[in-house]
Design a protein around this ligand. Structure first.
Ligand code: PMT
Length: 410
């Protein structure tokens, strides 16, 4: 067995989805969860309804520090537990213990509980740790199901031999938690096959908020942190694109392989974007750019008087619309941040700015928009809309990059 430290190094910060099914071995899932949490991983537990008879949701929620998911909907408030988001969140989905019944359902695509629908939606590696009586395990039906799953890429942590809950002795005991944790640690440390699908493409990404000075002390700006734009720049660079990130002031580190151009005002962002677009193959306009700027900037700090103050503002230039006018056969992707009549506003920006598609996010959706690590977006192009579930900004960036790849391949 490898040391806990070695496993920890591999698991720190990783997202593990732990599926628990109705087996006496469910008690071992508690130890497994604890090992992963100690190693710094985030663990989300999904249980089948029967699993609750073997280990309480309270135990697993306490150990994982997250509410346990069992049903498709939360019966208290009707909130939907999205199996798609869970499958996308996870770096690895581990079903331990996996009963003969669940393995059979997985092999045949039955989707009658949240654990199974999540399996069908998972894009990450899936690991199963079978647990059952020796005859059930040896039965040709179970063995056939395991072969089917293995052929589809599901990794199997073989059960051990020994005394079973039935009192019989043989092969069927779920592997020990340390063994499963080590297996998952190894799996997650395997280098990911990097797809350099955007090699040779030069992309611009604008990100963050612009700052419009009023005087040497004060300015007009907005809440953009740059997280969404930086995630896109990082994703495009990881796929081999040559990325210029034109960034307002943020505290974020430059993603690996990205060249950053720092700007402050909308006018500076305009100059940098128009210049870089000359030699680019495409641009993603994620920055929150001021539409208005003070008509004049005071050279000295404005003194307060007794009465009210008016600052006269003038329009800034629309960077995206300018690139849209010069676009030719380059790609141009825009964002729309809305608070009302979202789709209509986004449609109108799609046309006015000549975008290939627009990414709509609404401040009415929980977890969407400024500052957080998640976003809820809808892609809109001239053929229709694709609404995505709440995802991390990293996942949204990957979906945008997938679309960009598709557009380049046309
Ligand atoms: O940075 P985060 O905290 O992660 O937040 C992300 C975000 C909410 C800022 C991002 O997801 C987002 O929605 N960005 C666009 C915000 C915006 O200003 O939207 P808009 O609807 O006002 O602008 C429409 C499009 O025109 C955008 O692509 C914008 O970059 C572009 N624009 C707008 C004005 C202008 N003068 N020049 C532009 O290029």
């Amino acid at each position: 067995m490898a040391s806990a430290t070695a496993t920890g190094q591999r698991l720190a910060g990783r997202h593990i989805l732990l599926g628990i099914t109705g087996s006496i071995a469910a008690y071992k899932a508690a130890m497994l969860c604890r090992l992963w949490k100690t190693a710094g991983a985030e663990v989300q537990v999904v249980m089948t309804p029967l699993a609750k008879q073997f280990i309480t949701p309270l135990t697993m929620a306490t150990l994982s520090k997250r509410p346990i998911l069992v049903e498709f909907f939360n019966p208290e408030n009707g909130a939907w537990n999205s199996h798609v988001s869970l499958g996308e969140w996870a770096d690895c989905y581990v079903i331990a213990p996996a009963t003969a019944n669940t393995l059979a359902k997985m092999a045949t695509g039955v989707a009658d509980n949240l654990l199974l629908t999540t399996y069908l939606s998972a894009r990450c590696p899936v690991v199963v740790a079978p647990a059952m009586d020796l005859d059930m395990y040896a039965h040709e039906a179970t063995q056939q199901n395991l072969r089917t799953l293995a052929a589809r890429g599901v990794r199997i942590v073989e059960p051990g031999e020994g005394e079973l809950a039935s009192g019989l002795s043989g092969k069927g005991r779920m592997a020990e938690p340390e063994e499963i944790a080590e297996f998952v640690g190894q799996l997650l440390s395997e280098p990911k096959e990097e797809k350099k699908t955007l090699s040779g493409k030069r992309m611009i990404v604008t990100a963050g908020a612009t700052i419009e000075a009023i005087d040497p002390v004060r300015f007009i700006s907005n809440h953009s942190s740059g997280k969404m734009g930086y995630a896109i720049a990082g994703e495009l660079a990881s796929r081999g694109a040559d990325v210029t990130l034109i960034s307002g002031r943020t505290a974020l580190p430059v993603p690996p392989g990205v060249e950053r151009v720092d700007v402050l005002s909308a006018a500076e962002m305009y100059e940098a974007a128009v210049k870089a677009f000359d030699t680019a193959d495409g641009a993603v306009m994620c920055a929150a750019v001021a539409d208005y700027t003070p008509e004049s900037v005071s050279a000295t700090k404005l003194k307060k008087g007794d009465g009210e103050m008016c600052i006269r503002l003038r329009r800034t230039r629309d960077i995206a619309a300018e690139l849209g006018a010069r676009k030719g056969n380059r790609l141009l992707i825009g964002f729309a941040l809305e608070t009302d009549d979202e789709e209509a506003h986004a449609q109108s920006k799609l046309e006015k700015k000549n975008f290939d598609f627009i990414v709509l996010n609404s401040l009415r959706d929980a977890g969407a928009g400024f500052r957080g690590d998640t976003n809820k977006v809808t892609f809109i192009d001239r053929s229709g809309c694709e609404e995505l579930p709440l995802l991390t900004k990293r996942e949204v960036a990957a979906r945008i990059a997938d679309r960009i790849e598709g557009l380049f391949a046309r």
